[in-house]
Design a protein around this ligand. Sequence first.
Ligand code: MTE
Ligand code: CO
Length: 426
Amino acid sequence: MSESSNKTSPSRRQFLTGAAAAGVGAVAAGAAQANGDPLITQVQEWASATGEGVDATPYGLPIEFEQDVVRRNVEWLTADTISSINFTPIHALDGTITPQGCAFERHHSGAIELRKEDYRLMINGLVDTPLVFSYEDLERFPRENRVYFCECAANTGMEWAGAQLNGAQFTHGMIHNMEYSGISLRTLLEEAGLDAAGDLADKWVYVEGADASSNGRSIPMAKALDDVLVAFKANGEALRKEHGYPVRLVVPGWEGNMWIKWLRRIEVTDQAVESREETSKYTDNLANGIARKWTWEMDAKSVVTAPSPQAPIKHGKGPLVITGLAWSGRGAISGVDVSIDGGKTWKEARLAAPGQGKALTRFYLDHVWDGSEMLLQSRARDTTGYVQPTKDQLREVRGLNSIYHNNCIQTWWVKATGEAENVEVS
Ligand code: MTE
Ligand code: CO
């Protein structure tokens, strides 16, 4: 948009009702000034010769101009990249589906390479018949397709004590949202038979991966029989190595640590195993020094992805698309409110599509920016009636001693220059 869009006269504005209409009008006024543009008036190089043939890119990668839209790690966060995290570039994506190629990774002992031919999945413990499946066996069970977000419990974990990392990618990028194809875990457990387990109400499954860390976790039977998937495709194609090829567990709405990659064993047990991953880690330290034992569900959360520190406003005042993501592990997003004044006043955002259970929801606020600074926030609500808390509200309950499960409202200080910074308001 050119400068002239700022000159839209107030009288013209009066004809337009609502922020969205005002936005469209002002953009059109700017676009009309493009007449003398050589990109319009002259034949360009790319129209004077042929392009690449169809075999040039048998499997497509993003065009070179988009090469900064990549996952990134923060080197000082972990000692080594083998047991580390990188972050989804959520500031640069739109819609809700995360391409596998830039979806965050979290490994405790590195990403392993496991061929389908070498893949085995064992179900043992309190089952009628212990079974071992090959990959081909799994392909013969009835399949389901479902879209879910996966959020690491440590997402936003650096922000407890104060605003830390300067970008939505780093504060909120330990999340991805994919369409999974797989088998319901219930189907596989029933194939092994659960009569031997007796009363299922107090039973568990212990799930582990084939990597050196094994990342074992205990899941209550009620969840295992509800919506858990044993998945082998994501967004239509095979899982990438880093996301657990050839098979991973999908535990909708629950912390990412339970989504076992390279899934090799499911044991039906009569109690939680209390493994390393669910005792020394992934528990929440409360203000009184006591750790809360289980926090499986990811509470409702949202973040403005643009404008944000890595996605500053590059045009002047006038129409501005404010956008972001919202999600809840307890249900669907019912609404998102956006504030430009640090939470003093709120406007209801437009959801791109009605919220779906345990999946990302994209929101937009079609705003007319007056060019002055903003304290930009978003606040998610879900179908249980839960409202995303402020940082102070969360600290009152959780203290300052936590890492995991930080779902507080995020603030971006957007300056008159259009640049943005991670800040806190109280
Ligand atoms: N599964 C195994 N086998 N090994 C692991 O290190 N990391 C867990 C979980 N499953 C892990 C694992 C953690 S902490 C998270 S947040 C998710 O996988 C991350 O999934 P992703 O790497 O596909 O983003
Ligand atoms: Co994690």
